[in-house]
Design a protein. Structure first.
Length: 201
């Protein structure tokens, strides 16, 4: 890029040199005519016409010689400028495309980051729900175990109470029998018990 710009600037210097050469040639041709005119009292038309013809011929030669180089110079300069502009435009388009690509990547990154955060939040909610459900199940299990233990203790207490009541009832009945039974009744009960025991066999 810098080389192309230097080439264009170098071409400008070459054009300036060519233009300077033309001006020097013109001045070298015309100045003697002006000098002779100012030195004499009358204008020498023949000399003037010869000098003018000489100037015209030199100018035609210069134009002939410089026409193609100048045309090539302007053509080359135009092409260089066009190429330079095309390269600048291409780089501009590439930079805009790269900027759009980076913006798209940033947008996708923001979107992916949001999705990851949402996924972690949802995972946290699921884990929280799992913990709550597990705690509820554990509490229900403990409640059932406590209820079963209470029922077993109540059953054991009831059975123990029934046994104690039975023992007390037997003891009370024995005491009552001992106080109220007569020897004949006792003999009769023994006989009845013996008969029932034999029948049971």
């Amino acid at each position: 890029m810098v080389r192309r710009i230097k080439a264009v600037l170098g071409g400008s210097r070459s054009m300036a040199v060519c233009g300077g050469a033309v001006m020097v040639a013109v001045l070298m041709t015309v100045c003697p005519a002006w000098a002779s005119e100012s030195g004499g009292h009358a204008l020498n038309w023949t000399d003037f016409m010869l000098r003018f013809l000489n100037f015209a011929i030199m100018l035609a030669i210069l134009v002939k010689l410089l026409k193609k180089p100048i045309a090539n110079f302007f053509k080359s300069r135009t092409e260089n400028i066009e190429k330079l502009l095309e390269e600048l435009e291409a780089k501009k388009r590439a930079a805009e495309a790269k900027a759009a690509e980076y913006k798209s990547r940033l947008d996708r990154l923001d979107q992916e980051t949001g999705q990851i955060v949402d996924e972690y939040v949802q995972e946290g909610e699921r884990e929280k729900q799992k913990i709550v459900d597990a705690a509820a199940k554990q509490a229900e299990y403990i409640k059932q175990q406590a209820r079963f233990a209470i029922q077993q203790e109540m059953k054991a207490a009831r059975e123990s109470l029934q046994e104690e009541i039975a023992e007390l009832s037997v003891a009370a009945a024995e005491n009552l029998l001992k106080k109220n039974i007569r020897p004949a009744d006792q003999q009769r009960l023994v006989e009845e018990f013996t008969i029932k025991a034999v029948e049971a066999k």
